[in-house]
Structure formats: C-alpha cells, structure tokens
Design a protein around this ligand. Structure first.
Ligand SMILES: NC(=O)NCCC[C@H](N)C(=O)O
Length: 432
C-alpha cells in the first residue's frame, strides 16, 4: 500500500461556500489510501469494481423463504457461479480490476477491531436471548477471519450452532433449520449496499429487513480494509434509507436519486445535503419512481450508456419527473418544483439534450425485458455496456444506436431480480 501525503477532505470543486471547519479539515496528514478510488460518472472507463461471487448464502434459499429474502426463484447455485465467473471474465477482458467482497471482508476481519464488530453484526440477542447470544459471541470471537466472514455472509442455522452447555429455550423451540444468523443472499447486488461518489464512499442504509445487515458488513470493510480504511465517507450508514441502485452519477457533480420502494425522500435529502456540504455535488435530482418490485430502484428503469445517453423503459420516458436540489448558499438545500426528468437532467449536466435509447418495443416485450433487467446495464466506458443476453430486443436497439453490448448469461443470476449494474460496485473510473 502506498503511503502518501494527502488531505483528509477534498476541497470544494463546485464553488460551494467553505466554512471554518472546512479550512481546518484541509490540514495535510499522512494517510494510506487507494490512490485510484474515485467515481465521478456512470460511464467513465471502469478501472476497479467490487463484485460478490454468489456462494453458500444462495443455498439457503427455499420456496418457504425466497420471498422474504427477496428472490423470485430458487437459483441453481453452480450455474449462477458459472454465470458470475463469466461476468467477471468479461470485465477482466476489458482491463477492469475485479475485487470480490469475500476477499475484502476476510482481509478487513484480520483486524481485531473488525473481528469484534463482525461478531456484533452476526449476533442478535433480541433473537437469540442472552444465553445463546453469549455462547455464540464467545464462539465467534475465537474463529478465524475466513470462518467469521462465512458466517456473516451465509448465516447459521440452529442446528449448525456450536454445542452449548445447558441448551436454551430459544434453541429448543426453534426448528433446527431456522436461522440463528440470517443469510444475506442479496450480497450479490453490491451496487446497493455501498456507492462511491467522487472520492467518498456512501455505505447504504438498506430499507428491506432482509438486507439491513449488509450495512454492517460494508461498514467494516470500509473502516478496516487497508485499501479503504482512510476513504472519506458521504452520508451516514445510519441515516434514512438510500440504496446504491437508486443513485445515478449523471455527470461530475450531478446525481439523480430514485425515491421509491427503497430510498426515501429523507434519505435522498440527507445524501444531497452531505454531498453539497463536502463539495462533491452541485445538483441532485430526486426522482420519484413507482413503488413496485419491478421498479425497486431507479437503475431498473434507466441507466447511462454514454456520456449523453441513457437506456430507458419506455413508460418511464415521459412519466419521470425530478425535484432539483441545489445548495442554497447558506448551508441549506433549495428544492425546485418537479419538472420533466430528461429536461432537468440535461440542464444540470450542461448538455443540450439527454439522448434516450428507445427500447420502444411493443409494450409486452418492453415489460418482459424491463423485468429481466434489460435497462440495468453496466457501462465499461462511454458507449460500451454489459447486458443480459436474454434481452434480445433491448440489446438490438442499443446496438442500432451505436452502443457496444457485451452480452452475458443471467438465467440464474437474474432470479434475484438484478442485472449487471446491480451486481457491480464501481470503485474507480477514469474521468470523462
Ligand atoms: N439495483 C438493483 O435493482 N438491485 C437489485 C436488487 C435485487 C434484490 N433481490 C433486492 O430485492 O433488493
């Protein structure tokens, strides 16, 4: 890891007012940082990405728990892993450094403070009762980083618990296959649990109970992994809900944040406020989206495929509006009345028009392909995206508009209702 002289905050790049505390924060300090951790757009050439190779946590899914765990089917795990390996290979083939959550989590847990935080994140005394919680905590305190990482990701059933003296009522009254520690099958969707915005990392406060514990895992990765531990934070992991799938970096300093099933208006406002005060953004568009499973995040209906182009679900094209937020000049946030999204986005980005690659298919095909994440592309560079091969019509429209589509299989990966953008957390992109 390089040691360099740096600054523990980034000066305002957008002319936002600086305060006394800002100037104090700019004192030089010696820090070890990942020199390239920075994402200013959706389409700048991708250099580093964080993925999660699906693992044992997917084997926990059954027809009894899949709805609650936010999967629409029971994935064939071996095939999902093959599909994911092929996805990672496509990225490596384009010179992208691929990091895996399991690796960074294990490294972070080598730090004894992270280990303690990890045990705390695994053991819920409200569920287990004090006796069993204590037994499990002292067991996990003694396991190695790899084992603790596996517990945190894949959970533990009551029958897998270490034999405890004087079995508790909780243990006796739960079915052996019930979870003492819940599995986190949605770790696959690394986009949602954290997002880099400029050189800041925003660890999400996730809305759905099945995903809430992801916050603690990412919190400790960014707090203790040697590569990330000095990264500045945006927003607070314990603020109102914001999920990364709702956060689009339209252009440097310009964000759109979907507000719907996952991200609340309070969450969007809190993230905007934090980005404004750190000088990381000058305009944030809050974009209401319909609260349905099909449109759980903004990136299920719209993703950027070029500097000035998006692929968008046709029904969203005319319906999406945006509430534009800007700093008010005295530490607050000014909110405009809603206006058409495409217009507000172009204005904030300083371009004449945001091109829409029209997946203007017949409504049934459009609806089918939106459900199968046709609009959820991951840009590797301006005009180059990864998409699921099954979305034949959408991909053909993209190609016809001059966008190169690197098609990957997603029959099993898609069972959790997420596409290439959902499955990737960009850590470093070059500027555009
Ligand atoms: N950005 C995204 O749309 N992510 C997909 C998340 C799917 C996951 N099964 C969930 O319901 O949260």
């Amino acid at each position: 890891m390089d040691f360099l002289i740096g600054y523990n905050a980034t000066p305002s790049r957008f002319g936002c007012p600086t305060t006394l505390t800002d100037s104090l924060r700019f004192a030089p300090v010696t820090i070890d940082v990942a020199p390239n951790a920075r994402v200013d757009s959706e389409v700048g050439p991708l250099r580093t990405v964080l993925l999660h190779r699906p693992g044992a946590e997917l084997k926990r899914l059954t027809p009894r728990n899949n709805d609650q765990l936010l999967f629409d089917a029971i994935p064939w795990v071996d095939r999902a892993q093959e599909e994911h390996d092929a996805f990672a290979e496509v990225l490596r083939g384009r010179d992208v450094e691929v990091l895996f959550l399991a690796d960074v989590l294990r490294s972070a847990l080598e730090d004894p403070r992270a280990h303690t935080a990890g045990v705390r994140a695994a053991v819920d005394s409200m569920r287990l009762g004090n006796d069993l919680a204590e037994v499990l905590s002292s067991h996990l305190a003694g396991v190695d980083a790899r084992t603790l990482a596996d517990v945190l990701m894949s959970g533990v059933t009551f029958e897998e618990l270490p034999a405890a003296e004087g079995a508790s009522l909780v243990r006796k009254m739960n079915h052996p296959h019930d979870f003492a520690v819940d599995p986190l099958p949605n770790l696959l969707f690394t986009r949602d649990s954290s997002a880099w915005i400029g050189d800041r990392i925003a660890v999400s406060s996730l809305a759905m109970p099945a995903r809430r514990r992801e916050t603690a895992l990412f919190d400790l990765v960014y707090a203790y992994h040697p590569r990330f531990r000095h990264a500045a934070r945006a927003y607070g992991a314990h603020s109102a809900p914001v999920e990364g799938g709702d956060v689009l970096l339209l252009a440097p300093g310009v964000l759109a944040i979907g507000v719907g099933e996952r991200t609340t208006a309070a969450g969007a406002e809190s993230l905007a406020r934090s980005l404004f005060s750190d000088g990381v953004a000058h305009t944030v568009l809050a974009v209401p989206i319909v609260q349905t499973r099909a449109t759980m995040h903004l990136d299920t209906v719209c993703t950027m495929v070029d500097r000035d182009a998006v692929v968008m679900y046709p029904l969203a094209r005319d319906e999406l509006v945006a509430y534009t937020m800007r700093p008010d000049g005295s530490g607050g946030v000014k909110v405009d009345d809603p206006a058409p999204f495409l217009h507000s986005a172009a204005e904030a980005m300083g371009i004449e028009k945001l091109r829409v690659i029209d997946t203007g298919l017949d409504p049934v095909t459009a609806e089918r392909e939106q459900w199968d994440d046709g609009n959820n592309t991951l840009a590797l560079a301006p005009g180059v995206v990864v998409g699921y091969e099954r979305n034949v019509e959408t991909n053909a429209r993209l190609e016809a508009a001059g966008i190169e589509v690197l098609a990957i299989a997603g029959s099993e990966l898609g069972s959790g209702r997420g596409g290439p953008r959902c499955m990737s957390c960009p850590v470093a992109r070059d500027g555009i």
